[in-house]
Every structure is written in C-alpha cells, then in structure tokens.
Design a protein around this ligand. Sequence first.
Ligand code: ZN
Length: 183
Amino acid sequence: MKTPSKTCAMCGTTFFRKKKITHKRWEETRTCGRACGTRLTARDPAWRQRVGEGRKAYFAANPEAKAALVVRANAQLASFRHLADRAKAGRTKSQMALGWCPPEWLDQYKKWRRDYGATTAREMVEGEIADAEKRRLAALTPLQRRTEEQIKRVQAGAGLITVPVMRRAEHDFSLTGNALVAM
Ligand SMILES: [Zn+2]
C-alpha cells in the first residue's frame, strides 16, 4: 500500500513514497519541484536578476543565438495565435448554429436531433417552448398579463408618457391616470 508522504505547499499534490519525492530545494520550498518549484523560483527577484543578466551577457556575446531565439519565439507566437483563432472560429460557428436555442433546451435539442434530425428537433423544441409560454400566459391574471405586455412594449422601445385625465380639473396630476402608451 502506498503511504502519503509529502504534500506540495502550492498545488496540494500528495507524493507517495514509491515516487521520487524530493528535489534539492524541498526542505526550503515545500513544493513539488515540477511546475510549482519552477514558478516559485521564478518569483525570486534575486534569481531573476541573476538569470536576466546572464541571458543579456550571453545574447550580447552571441548575436546569432539571439536572432535564432527571435525566430523561434515568433514562430511559437504565430502558432498560439493560430490555435486561438481556430478555437474562436469554432465557438462562433456553434453559437451561430445553436443561437436560436435557449441554453436550458440545448441538451433536449441534441437528444432529439440525434433521434429525429436537426429540422424536426428544432420544430419540436420550438413547439415545446410555445406550449409552455401558452400555459404560462393562461395561468396569469388579466392584470398580470396587461402589465407584462406593457413591460414588453417598453422594452421594445415604447416611451413612458403621462396621459392627463381631463375630467379631474382640480388637479394637474392624477394617481390613476398614468398609463403606458406605445408611441
Ligand atoms: Zn506543486
């Protein structure tokens, strides 16, 4: 049986005795010595200073090594950009294809699409959504329905205006005469 032995202070990975568990800075850093140890080292300003100066001196003495590094770095950057563009294009394409479908219906749509094909599946989902909306509206009181219609009209760009009630001449305002009117 493996016995947990050491836990990395940064990523929490536990190491087992059977694995090679120590590296030369374990006592000092308590990190796993892979990515974590490297990251920790890279945070040390003294280390960065020392390595930075070493690199500067090396590249100053070897201009062709510097040129080669620039070429490699640019190639790497171009490949990252290419991958990022591809990923973005893929996301946009699937968003466009499924943009009509509310997220909560996506799983059901995909199931139906597998069984009945895309066109039928979409009709089925849209039918279900329309039925649910009909049921919801039927359950509303007339006042709730009217309020909702007014909110929808305002959301669609209608203005909120005050309709003066002429018969109440003693006031220049009315608490009951304010209404939402589509412009
Ligand atoms: Zn770690």
